[in-house]
Design a binder for this molecule. Structure first.
Ligand SMILES: [Fe+2]
Length: 116
C-alpha cells in the first residue's frame, strides 16, 4: 500500500481492454486477500462482537469476489470458458468419488424439496 502518496493510484491514460481485464484480476486478488485477513483476525480473537462485525465485513468481501468474477467473465468470455472447464473437471471428480456437489444442492426447487 502507498497511502502516503496521494498520486499512487493515478494513471496517465485509460486502460485498454486487456489491461482492464488484468486490473480486475488484481482486484479479485485484493478481495481474496481481504477475506483471508478478516478470517485470520476472527480466528485470532475471542471477542464475540468483534468476530461478528469482522465476519459481516468478510462476507461482504465474498460478495465482491462474486461481482468481480461475474465482471471478468463478461469482459473475457475465453476466461469464462476456462472457468467452466475447471468446474466440469471437479464435478466429474466429485461424481467419481460419490460426492454430491453443493451447487446441485443450492439449485433445489420447491418441487425437489417436497420430494426430499
Ligand atoms: Fe471488497
Amino acid at each position: 500500500m502507498a497511502f502516503g502518496n496521494p498520486f499512487a493510484a493515478n494513471v496517465e491514460r485509460k486502460l485498454t481492454k486487456e489491461e482492464l481485464i488484468q486490473a480486475i484480476r488484481l482486484d479479485i486478488a485484493g478481495e481474496l486477500e481481504a477475506i483471508y485477513l478478516y478470517d485470520a483476525h476472527i480466528q485470532a480473537t475471542d471477542d464475540e462482537f468483534t468476530k461478528k462485525v469482522l465476519a459481516d465485513i468478510r462476507d461482504e468481501e465474498r460478495a465482491h469476489v462474486g461481482e468481480l468474477m461475474t465482471l471478468l467473465r463478461h469482459l473475457d468470455p475465453t476466461e469464462a470458458a476456462h472457468f467452466e472447464e475447471g468446474v466440469q473437471e471437479v464435478k466429474e471428480m466429485m461424481e467419481e468419488s460419490g460426492i454430491r456437489s453443493n451447487s446441485e444442492n443450492s439449485q433445489s426447487t420447491v418441487g425437489s424439496l417436497l420430494k426430499e
